[in-house]
Design a protein around this ligand. Structure first.
Ligand code: CA
Ligand code: CA
Ligand code: CA
Ligand code: CA
Length: 203
């Protein structure tokens, strides 16, 4: 069959439209992808503290790393910081991600860069995930340490109300603190049309 130029053009337009749809799906379907580059508490995120710390008073989203040292090499621009050195007011403090329905993902992972500044082991940095019934600890740092691309497989925690919390326990003392950057919850999507928000796919 001979193809005329109009059929050819329609075919090309169809291919372009289909490709773009796939690109948008890949860019927006990743659950959480947060680099804190707006330097404020991101939309949908929240904080908690047992002794009263709040955003700009213990929690900071406009700093480059935690007090007492420098962050790992992947830290870039603003990070999410829990700073006991600011006012000694963290107690057990957490920064919580938005809730994500993980049941639509296959082989989901949590990936993050982190910094824990500790003098003589003071303070602990913890990462917990909500498994649908309980918070489950998936990462723990007792002493001074940091790392890039820490990866936690999330398959066994998948549920409709999945959530991550990054926590700092000052162990009852006056400590430095901990920070995270480049927080990603990602995985291939199954049978779902991703929804994208206006600012480029972040929750
Ligand atoms: Ca950043
Ligand atoms: Ca250090
Ligand atoms: Ca404290
Ligand atoms: Ca400790």
């Amino acid at each position: 069959m001979k193809t005329n130029p109009i059929q050819c053009l329609l075919l090309i337009l169809f291919v372009i439209a289909f490709s773009n749809t796939n690109l948008i799906a890949q860019a927006c379907g990743g659950g959480i992808d947060e680099d804190f580059s707006d330097c404020v508490l991101p939309s949908g995120w929240s904080v908690s503290s047992t002794v009263g710390a709040a955003v700009d008073n213990g929690f900071f989203f406009n700093q480059l790393d935690a007090p007492g040292g420098v962050g790992p090499s992947n830290f870039d621009g603003c990070v999410a910081l829990m700073d006991d050195d600011f006012a000694n007011n963290l107690g057990v403090a957490c920064i919580l991600t938005p809730v994500v329905d993980l049941t639509t993902y296959s082989s989901p992972d949590l990936i993050f860069d982190w910094q824990h500044e500790a003098l003589a082991g003071g303070g602990n940095f913890l990462v917990d995930v909500w498994d649908g019934a309980n918070w489950v600890n998936v990462f723990f740092a007792d002493d001074d340490s940091d790392g890039n691309d820490e990866t936690v497989g999330l398959d066994i925690y998948a549920n409709t109300d999945f959530q991550v919390r990054f926590c700092y326990d000052d162990e009852g003392g006056f400590q430095w603190g901990a920070a995270v950057d480049n927080v990603v919850v990602t995985g291939a999507t199954e049978n779902s049309v991703p929804t994208c928000d206006a600012d480029g796919g972040r929750f």
